[in-house]
Write a protein that binds this ligand. Structure first.
Ligand SMILES: [Zn+2]
Ligand SMILES: [Zn+2]
Length: 240
């Protein structure tokens, strides 16, 4: 399991998707149900009536029916399309705003950054923050931690992005700038866990660390959106 991808042709376009759907990125959006042609007589954005010359088009992102003037061909990385696909003007705007996440933030996350990490999971009352190299896995599914000092035994298990319930910003009292993030998440045994990731105020890497945390907040927002749009059946675990 893992790195196998396959080409998939859908009515909306050609995609590259993981061979096993359990390997799908938590950022991936499900394809919408298209509003049936028969139900729609005019463009849902400009209200122009459809006829032989003004044909119906479907937005690949939201499924609504629009005229050619009210849609654009735009990249849609969150649905894994290889080529740009037709999107209504409203969805084009949202997809354009997401470009910065896929062009920049995702790269920061996968390149990783050293942060001071505290995981309350360890059975030690005097938990100290440990510098850890944190990065998002290539599958975009989990945050991986690597200890900077080899001799430390402190190990943090990977955190699944889809299992993060809340992200709380931590800011210093003097400035309102964020200095860290507290993650509330469930581990593989479905136990509630807390993990705090903070920038080191003295590090020359501080700017880079903040960029990484900011990108993680953006990723969390996108994952929450995907969760809301996923059909309920996909979140239920099938147990035999
Ligand atoms: Zn229109
Ligand atoms: Zn749309």
């Amino acid at each position: 399991m893992g790195d196998k991808n396959l080409l998939s042709c859908t009515k909306s376009g050609v995609k590259i998707i993981p061979a096993d759907e359990n390997d799908a990125s938590p950022l991936t959006l499900p394809e919408p149900t298209w509003i049936p042609d028969k139900q729609i007589q005019s463009c849902s954005l400009c209200q122009t009536k459809f006829d032989l010359f003004n044909r119906k088009h479907h937005c690949r992102r939201c499924g609504t029916c629009i005229c050619r003037k009210c849609c654009h061909n735009r990249p849609l990385p969150r649905m894994c399309f290889i080529d740009p696909v037709l999107q209504c003007n409203l969805c084009s705007l949202v997809s354009t705003q997401e470009d910065i996440f896929f062009d920049e933030h995702l790269k920061y996350l996968q390149q990783g950054s050293v942060l001071n990490v505290m995981n309350y999971d360890v059975s030690d009352d005097n938990v100290k923050a440990v510098p850890m190299f944190c990065r998002l896995s290539r599958s975009q599914r989990e945050i991986l931690f690597q200890c900077e000092k080899k001799q430390t035994v402190n190990v943090i298990e990977p955190i699944l992005l889809s299992e993060i319930k809340e992200m709380i910003k931590i800011s210093s009292h003097k400035h309102s700038n964020i200095t860290g993030i507290k993650l509330l998440y469930d581990n593989a045994s479905r136990e509630h866990q807390t993990c705090t990731m903070k920038v080191s105020p003295t590090s020359p890497q501080q700017h880079h660390q903040l960029q990484w945390l900011d990108a993680l907040l953006k990723a969390f927002e996108l994952v929450q959106e995907t969760k809301k749009l996923m059909p309920a059946g996909n979140t239920i675990e099938i147990q035999e």
